[in-house]
Structures are given as structure tokens and as C-alpha cells.
Design a protein around this ligand. Structure first.
Ligand SMILES: Nc1ncnc2c1ncn2[C@@H]1O[C@H](COP(=O)(O)OP(=O)(O)OP(=O)(O)O)[C@@H](O)[C@H]1O
Length: 831
């Protein structure tokens, strides 16, 4: 405790008009003037309040003048010494018997409450003889008449009105000091609470006391009622409801503040200058027990002991105040628990307001004088106000969380805008790619048609030659011209060679055309930034077209071989041999050729469906079951060639072709047959419409069954079939026509795919790599692929594949899949 005496000319006892010297007028500071922050002085402010005469005094003191006279306008009190003499005292406030509870609150407590809300500690205390109105001033609840509410209730009203329930908090403890023990008025079982002093700050606290959070006035009133019910009161002679204990209400206020100018309204970015602070104010209201003299109050026995204890603590308080008022070096704070509890309120860091209550009765003049002198001495005590402000980490964290939320929301909004924009650009790119695809397909179709027509023309010529040769040697037709009859075998071979050269030339031209389209497509790919995936599709389409072309070449090769066979037969016939090993099939082939000749004769493309109509697919398929192996091989070749035409594929399927091909695949063991069967199934695999049926009729399993052959040509066709199937399936999944995992996975193709993903034969490897990329595009396949070891192959493809487009496709598929990403994270694989 410290004492200050400088500057404040207060508390002087002045003489009356009868010869005593008047004190100079005091330089009072109004408690309500200015913010406590700027109020350097922290002197204890003292108001005196006079209780009106009670019933008893009206009777008993009827013939006597009151012992006090108040001059509120001069803030003076005159204490009668005798009939002609007064002692005059000045106080910070003089409150007459007519002063309302509201006014008393405003002059005594409100400035302290305001200080507390600004982060100072504050104390309001009532001191006076028993029955003079201490509890009336502080603790009246005013339940029936709100104007009668005392300082406790009014203070809480103001506190509740000034805090924000979201950021601030109020907690209340209510104690009594009785016979030198601190008891919890909110929990009577808790009856010996220790006082704790912070060695650094000197702050006094009672951590053992119940602390209740207050949210509204109602809960506070309930708490006061509970406390009052537990407060010890006993009748004394002077006051029928005399308080026999000191009641202490402690209100802890935590109020968040932001340093002025530091906060920003822009919640979307983190403001580094934001400094949230929390102000911790402690507001203490002390209703002291009555300061009556023992003999006057008529205390006896235990009550007498109580009175002694009360007097002891009050006299300890008086001694401390005297010491502080006189600037003594020793302040006997430790003499009682009351002074230890109030250490901060007198000479400490709190703003303190004391109301001394007095009665008017001349019979208690001595008590009144002593109360007045106590108040006068208290006015000399100077406190050192100290704001209790801390950095509010909680509030800063809340604020940063809000700012983070705002940043995340903004980021999501931007992402959505970006996605929308990406979607729009993708649609636009898709449109342009579709257009380019269409143009490309049309151009290619035109070229193909031209090529096919030329090809058919060549075949027709060859057939004519062949027919002529047969007529000449087999039937000796009389109508044959002499020059033809003279044509010998070597001339025919020469002619055939010439035709073959012509075919070769045509094929080269077609290849050149295809490579021109490819380069055009590449140019297009370069010009279409951001649409790489769709361009890959386009490139795949082109590859398919090249496949088709290759099939046509195969068909050409077959015809060539048939031509050679015919030539051979012709030679045999010329030599008188039979040579007809495949009469049934040749008859069909002859019909097939004739049908083509008929169609091409009209200058139209010969559709294979016409062949089926004329020859009957059933018959062709039936030959697949022929006992004659060579017939079967020829039939497979025919079906394989027919299956190369998309327009025939549905018909082949409808006629049960896949079942027969599967059967042939299971029975055959020569690489040539298996290659043709695998090629036929691979072609069917590339048809979007046939996916389900092909699979349900065992197409995939038949394909996989041919793996046993091990011949690279067969494996290449199997790989091509798998890639075709995966491509169509991927397309169906993207368009929503297919759900669930790939049929390839379901039919057990994955182990073979993984095993051959790095096959040294480039065609096999290429097809498998593409198949893996197609499968990886759909999240539903990811888990099986990881389990089957396909992830490693995809990673390898994304890094090492010689074809950039496949590399990029693998990379994209891996990056787009959540499952692959997390597995790669787990395995610490970086793309
Ligand atoms: N200013 C006042 N106006 C009207 N009545 C008052 C006033 N002050 C006190 N009283 C009445 O006087 C009586 C005693 O008051 P109160 O109980 O508040 O005194 P106290 O000082 O707290 O006494 P104790 O120290 O014994 O507890 C009560 O009935 C109270 O209503």
C-alpha cells in the first residue's frame, strides 16, 4: 500500500462561524469527469449518505435536534458538537436523506464501473454504524420497486449493457468474511477460502470461490438472492436485520478491445496490424458489517464474539487507512483478512469509492463522528491506477479463423469461376474438335471409297483374267478369241504381276494420303492449345482408320493368295489335274466376288451386307465348324475380313458369329487361324454398340484364351482387341452409358495386361499402354489397377513411353484420379 497526500486539499475539518478557521475551498475532481485513463490521480473518493429518521428515532429523538446538518451544494457536513457549535467536514459528495438510489449510484459507483469496463480494478464500499443504510445503499434488489435498486444491481445493469456477449464475459463470486473466515455465499459448504496474492503484481484473488458466468440481469438477481439467503445476519439492538459479516461481491469482466485504427473491415485479407487486446477488470463491492460499539449494540455471548471480530477487522482497516493517510512506511495490511482482501482497494491499483453511511440521531453522535473521521482519512488515500490489459490471443485466433474462412470462400468462388471458364473453353474446343473430326472422317471416307473402288476395279480385272484363263484351259470355249487362246501361263503371270504392281502403287498412294491427314491432324493439335485429350481421341481415331486400311491390305493379301491359288489351280487344270480342294468355299467366294463385281459394276461401293444377303452369313459361319481344317481357315479369313467392316459387325454378332469365333479360338492351335480369329474379335471389340453383347457372349474370354498360343502376331491382335474394347468402354463410361468397373477387369484381363504392358514387341506394348490409359481414366477401376500392379506400369508409361501423347495421357489419368494420387503419395511416387 502506498499513500499520497499531494495536491488534494480535502478532508479538512473547518471551524464554524464561532471563531474556527475555515479551510480553503477544496479542489474537488468530479468522479464522472473524464476517462480514468487520463485521470492521473487515483485518490479514494468518499461520499457521505444520511439515512432518514426511522420510526424509533422519530419517537425517541423528538425533542432533540439531529446531530448532523448537511450542506449538499457545498458538499459539506456539519456535525453538532453541542447546541451552539459544529464541526464542518467536506466530502466528495454529500447525499441527504432525500437522495434517490439512482443518484447515489451515479455519484458513488458509476465512475468506478466505467473504469472497470476500461480495464481497471474498482471497489465500491460502504462503511458505517449498523442500521445506517449500507445494505440499503449497496444490496437492495428493488424487486417490487425498481427505483429502490441498490448499487450492485445497477452496476451489473451497466456492465451488461456495455459488453458484447460474443466476445466478452462476466463472472461473479459472492463471499462473506465472518469471524475471520472467508465463506462462499454461493456454496455454503465451501467455508474456508484462501486469499491468494500474486507475488509479481500484488493482485489479490480468491481462486477457491465459486465463480458463476453471468449472461443477463435475471441470473445475477438469482445469484444475489441466493447469496443474501446464506449471509449471516443476527438481530442487534440497533438493527433488526443487522449484518454480522462483511459481504464481498467480486465481478470479473473480460472485455475484448481492438487497438484503434488497427482493425480493418476487409475480412478477405489478413491484417497484420490487428492487435486484439483483452481488458480484465475486477469490480468489488464490499458491504461492511456495522461499525457499532459493542456495549451499544447489546451483543452478548457468541454475538459479542462476532461484534469483537467485526470491530477487529474494521479497526484493522482503520489503522491501514490511517497509515496510508499519514504516508507511514508500515501499513498493517496483514492484521486481518479484511485488510488483506482490500489491499488493492486502499493504496493499491484500484479505483475506490467509499460511501460512509450515518444516521441523524444525536444518541449515536459518537459513532457518527467516528464514521465521519474514517471517511475523512480515507479521502487522503491515493491509489495508483493501473490498467489491466493483455494481448488477447483467443480473439486474435478467432479473427484469423474468420479471415481464413473468408479467404477459403473467396478461393472456392474463384475456383468455381475458373472451372466454369474451363468448362466453357472445353465445350468450345470440343465443338471445334468435333468439326475437325467430321471433316477428317469425311475426307478419309472419300479417300477410302476412292481407294476401295480402285481396288475393286483391280480385283475385277484380275477376276476377268482368271475367268478367261479358266475358260481357255478347263472348258475349251469356242467363242474365245484366238489371241486369248494363244496366251500362255507366263503371259498371265506377267499380267498379274503388272496388276499387283498397280495395287502396290495404289496402296502407297493411300498410305501417303493417310500420312498427309496425320500431319494435318498434328498441325491441328498444335493449334488447339488446352484440348490435348480430345486430340488424343482424334489421333486414336486416325489410328483406327489406319487399322482399317491395314485390314483392307490384309484383305488384299488374302485375295492375292486366292489369286495365286487360282493361278495354281489353273496351271493344274492346264496340266489335266483336278486341284479343287475347297469347292464349297470357292463357290461361296465366287459368289462373294461376283456380288462385288455386280455392285462395283454400277459404280457403287459393294456393301458386305449384300454379300450376306446373296451368299448367307449363316453359310459362311457354318464353315467355321467344318471338319476340314483348310476350309475352316478360309472361313475364318472371310469372317475376319467381313468383321473389318463396321457395317457387317452387327450382323455377324446377330448371327452368333462371336460364339463361333470363340469356338474356333478354343479349338484352333495354329497361329495363322488364331491370328485371324483374334483380328476378327479385335475388330468387333472396336464397335461401341457391341460392347455388352460381345462380352456377354464370351468375346473377351475367347480373346484372352488365345494368349496360350504365344505367337507375337496373335498377341498383337489380342492387345489390339483389348485396347479397342477399353477405348469403347471408356467412351461409354464418359457418356454415362456404362457404370461400374471395366468388363476387362471383371473378365480377368488385368494380369495379362500388366504382364504385357512392357512387352518388347512394339505393337503389343503400344496397344496395352493405350488400354491401361483408357482404364485409368475411370476412378472405379483405380483400386483394382493398384492391386494388380497397373499403377507402376502407368507411372512407367507416363515417364518412359516413346510416344508423347500416350505419356501425357498416362500422366493426366494418374493426376486426375484421387485414388491413384493418394496411393502415389503413400508410396512416395512423384510424377
Ligand atoms: N436512505 C435510506 N432511505 C430509506 N430507508 C433506509 C435508508 N437507509 C437505510 N434505510 C433503512 O434502514 C434500515 C437499516 O438499513 P440497512 O440494513 O441497510 O443498514 P446496514 O447499515 O446495512 O445495517 P447492518 O450493518 O446492521 O447490516 C433498513 O430498514 C433500511 O431500509
Amino acid at each position: 500500500m502506498t499513500s499520497r497526500s499531494g495536491g488534494i486539499q480535502r478532508g479538512h475539518r473547518s471551524s464554524t462561524a464561532r471563531g474556527r478557521i475555515s479551510a480553503p475551498p477544496p479542489t474537488l475532481r468530479r468522479s464522472s469527469a473524464g476517462s480514468p485513463k487520463h485521470d492521473a490521480g487515483g485518490r479514494v473518493r468518499v461520499a457521505v449518505r444520511l439515512r432518514p429518521q426511522n420510526q424509533e428515532e422519530m419517537v425517541e429523538d423528538a425533542d432533540f435536534a439531529d446531530c448532523v446538518e448537511l450542506q449538499p451544494e457545498l458538499k459539506r457536513l456539519r456535525l453538532r458538537k453541542n447546541n451552539w457549535d459544529f464541526d464542518t467536514y467536506e466530502f466528495d459528495e454529500v447525499l441527504t436523506e432525500f437522495a434517490s438510489q439512482k443518484r447515489v449510484y451515479e455519484v458513488v459507483a458509476k465512475p468506478v464501473v466505467e473504469s472497470v469496463l476500461e480495464g481497471y480494478n474498482g471497489t465500491v464500499m460502504a462503511y458505517g454504524q449498523t442500521g445506517t443504510g449500507k445494505t440499503h445503499t449497496l444490496g437492495r434488489l428493488g424487486e417490487e420497486d425498481t427505483s429502490a435498486r441498490g448499487i450492485m444491481v445497477r452496476s451489473m445493469e451497466d456492465i451488461l449493457a456495455s459488453i458484447s456477449p460474443q466476445t466478452d464475459s462476466i463472472s461473479v463470486s459472492y463471499l462473506q468474511l465472518y469471524m475471520e473466515t472467508i465463506q462462499d455465499l454461493l456454496d455454503p459448504m465451501n467455508d474456508n477460502i484462501a486469499i491468494v496474492e500474486d507475488p509479481k503484481t500484488g493482485d489479490v484473488s480468491v481462486p477457491g470461490a465459486t465463480s458463476v458466468d453471468i449472461r443477463d440481469e435475471h441470473s445475477f438477481m438469482e445469484l444475489l438472492r441466493l447469496g443474501e439467503a446464506h449471509r449471516i445476519a443476527a438481530n442487534t439492538k440497533l438493527n433488526t436485520e443487522s449484518s454480522r459479516s462483511h459481504a464481498i461481491l467480486m465481478v470479473q469482466i473480460r472485455k475484448s478491445v481492438v487497438e484503434s485504427g488497427a482493425e480493418t473491415n476487409n475480412s478477405s485479407h489478413v491484417d497484420k496490424s490487428f492487435k486484439p487486446l483483452v481488458r480484465k477488470g475486477k469490480f468489488v463491492v464490499v458491504d461492511l458489517a456495522g461499525s457499532e460499539r459493542v456495549h451499544k449494540s447489546g451483543s452478548e455471548g457468541h454475538v459479542l464474539e462476532e461484534a469483537k471480530s467485526i470491530n477487529l477487522s474494521l479497526s484493522a482497516l482503520g489503522k491501514c487507512i490511517n497509515a496510508l493517510a499519514e504516508n507511514s512506511t508500515h501499513v498493517p495490511v496483514r492484521d486481518s483478512k479484511l485488510t488483506r482482501l482490500l489491499k488493492d482497494s486502499f493504496g493499491g491499483t484500484a479505483r475506490t469509492s467509499l460511501v460512509v453511511t450515518i444516521g441523524p440521531s444525536p444518541r449515536h453522535r459518537g459513532e457518527t463522528a467516528s464514521t465521519i473521521l474514517f471517511g475523512q482519512r480515507a479521502m487522503k488515500v491515493e491509489n495508483m491506477l493501473k490498467i489491466k490489459e493483455e494481448f488477447d490471443y483467443k480473439s486474435l485466433s478467432r479473427k484469423l479463423e474468420m479471415q481464413l474462412d473468408a479467404v477459403i470462400a473467396e478461393n472456392e468462388r474463384r475456383q468455381k469461376t475458373y472451372k466454369d471458364e474451363l468448362g466453357r473453353v472445353s465445350i468450345e474446343a470440343q465443338k471445334r474438335i468435333t468439326e475437325a473430326e467430321r471433316n477428317c472422317i469425311h475426307a478419309f471416307e472419300r479417300e477410302k471409297l476412292k481407294y476401295q473402288m480402285e481396288y475393286m476395279d483391280s480385283v475385277k480385272k484380275l477376276e476377268e483374267k482368271l475367268m478367261n484363263g479358266q475358260s481357255e484351259h478347263g472348258h475349251n470355249v469356242s467363242a474365245v478369241k484366238p489371241c486369248n487362246r494363244q496366251m500362255n501361263g507366263s503371259e498371265e503371270v506377267m499380267e498379274l504381276k503388272r496388276l499387283l504392281q498397280n495395287e502396290t502403287r495404289l496402296r502407297q498412294e493411300a498410305e501417303e494420303e493417310a500420312s498427309r491427314f496425320r500431319s494435318q491432324l498434328e498441325q491441328f493439335m498444335h493449334s488447339e492449345d488446352g484440348s490435348v485429350l480430345e486430340i488424343f481421341n482424334l489421333r486414336r481415331m486416325l489410328e483406327d482408320e489406319i487399322d482399317q486400311k491395314r485390314k483392307l491390305e490384309e484383305e488384299l493379301a488374302i485375295l492375292r493368295s486366292q489369286l495365286l491359288q487360282s493361278t495354281y489351280n489353273s496351271d493344274q487344270m492346264r496340266r489335266g489335274g483336278n486341284g479343287d480342294g475347297f469347292s464349297g468355299l470357292d463357290s461361296l467366294m465366287s459368289q462373294f466376288r461376283n456380288s462385288q463385281l455386280n455392285e462395283t459394276g454400277n459404280g457403287q461401293k459393294a456393301p458386305m451386307t449384300t454379300l450376306f444377303e446373296q451368299v448367307g452369313l449363316q453359310k459362311i459361319l457354318a464353315l467355321l465348324e467344318s471338319e476340314d481344317a483348310s476350309v475352316r481357315i478360309h472361313a475364318v479369313k472371310v469372317v475376319a475380313n467381313l468383321a473389318a467392316e463396321e457395317s457387317n459387325q452387327e450382323l455377324i454378332m446377330a448371327e452368333g458369329g462371336i460364339g463361333l469365333l470363340s469356338m474356333t479360338a478354343a479349338d484352333a492351335d495354329d497361329a495363322q487361324t488364331l491370328r485371324m480369329v483374334a483380328g476378327a474379335i479385335a475388330n468387333l471389340c472396336g464397335n461401341d454398340k457391341l460392347q455388352k453383347r460381345l462380352r456377354s457372349e464370351g468375346g473377351i474370354k475367347a480373346l484372352l484364351g488365345m494368349v496360350r498360343c504365344g505367337h507375337s502376331d496373335v498377341l498383337s491382335q489380342i492387345a489390339r482387341g483389348i485396347a479397342n474394347f477399353a477405348k469403347c468402354e471408356s467412351r461409354a463410361s464418359t457418356q454415362g452409358r456404362k457404370t461400374g468397373r471395366s468388363f476387362l477387369i471383371e473378365d480377368g484381363a488385368l494380369p495379362w495386361i500388366v504382364q504385357n504392358a512392357n512387352n518388347e514387341a512394339a505393337p503389343i506394348r503400344r496397344h496395352i499402354e493405350l488400354a491401361l490409359c483408357h482404364l485409368a481414366q475411370h476412378e472405379v477401376n483405380a483400386k483394382d489397377m493398384i492391386d494388380g500392379g497397373a499403377l507402376w506400369e502407368l507411372v512407367r508409361i507416363s515417364r518412359d513411353c516413346s510416344r508423347e501423347d500416350i505419356r501425357t495421357l498416362a500422366h493426366r489419368s494418374l493426376s486426375a484420379s484421387h485414388t491413384f494420387r493418394s496411393e502415389m503419395r503413400r508410396l512416395r511416387i512423384e510424377l
